[in-house]
Design a binder for this molecule. Structure first.
Ligand code: SAM
Length: 201
């Protein structure tokens, strides 16, 4: 259970939020490397998952907030041929075998982990993401940017340095700070957007 469990049950804004700009970027990058199987980690009500599925990817969408998944289920596009699955699970212990995804998309999850265990939790999610990516697979990540203490107790913002995951076999190919569209539809959602490639040495 996390704070989103309540939001998804009560906040109507999550139902009408447009897809993020990051999802469009991810679709372009995933296509360049012929990625087919994509995990949307912390998918919420699925706004970005649906877009990625409509772009032809085979999308597995996972979240720990059951209320969000119920909303997602009610919003699933009816177009034929859209390949999309919803999974209730925890990003800290992902229910998939090693190297089974070509790409992982993760918008707005990592800043949700709060002190005192946030460093270990972020490390564990990144280890899991790295484990699930095939060699040369891609991670597209977006996380709120700023002073780590400024958003507490709700979120822990990330500095540029905190977006380095080289120790986990994820080489940063590109990192940009910009305003995206958050999952409640706000367009002043300042994020680091990172593109990482899994490199097995
Ligand atoms: C800021 S919302 C982003 C939702 C979605 N990516 C979007 O942009 O619409 C963060 C999401 O992370 C999910 N979450 C938080 N902790 C999680 C965990 N341990 N495992 C999986 N999902 C988690 C929340 O339930 C919520 O849906």
């Amino acid at each position: 259970m996390n704070r989103w469990t309540g939001f998804y049950a009560e906040d109507p804004r999550v139902l009408s939020a447009p897809r993020s700009l990051c999802s469009e970027y991810a679709a372009v990058e995933f296509k360049k490397l012929n990625c087919r199987f994509i995990l949307d980690l912390g998918c919420g009500v699925g706004r970005d998952s649906f877009y990625l599925a409509s772009e032809g990817f085979n999308v597995f969408s996972l979240d720990s907030a059951y209320t969000g998944l119920v909303k997602a289920q009610s919003l699933v596009p009816t177009d034929r041929g859209v390949k999309f699955r919803l999974i209730h699970g925890d990003a800290l212990a992902l229910p998939f075998p090693d190297a089974c995804f070509d790409g992982i998309y993760c918008f707005g999850l990592l800043h949700e982990f709060l002190p005192p265990d946030c460093d270990q939790a972020v490390e564990q999610v990144i280890k899991e993401a790295s484990r699930l990516l095939r060699n040369q697979g891609l991670l597209v990540l977006a996380v709120l940017a700023g002073d780590p203490t400024a958003g507490l107790p709700h979120v822990r913002l990330f500095t540029r340095k905190m977006t380095n995951f080289e120790d986990y076999g994820l080489k940063c190919m590109e990192i940009t700070k910009y305003h995206d569209i958050g999952c409640t539809g706000s367009n002043n959602y300042l994020v680091w957007r990172g593109l990482y490639q899994k490199i097995i040495k």
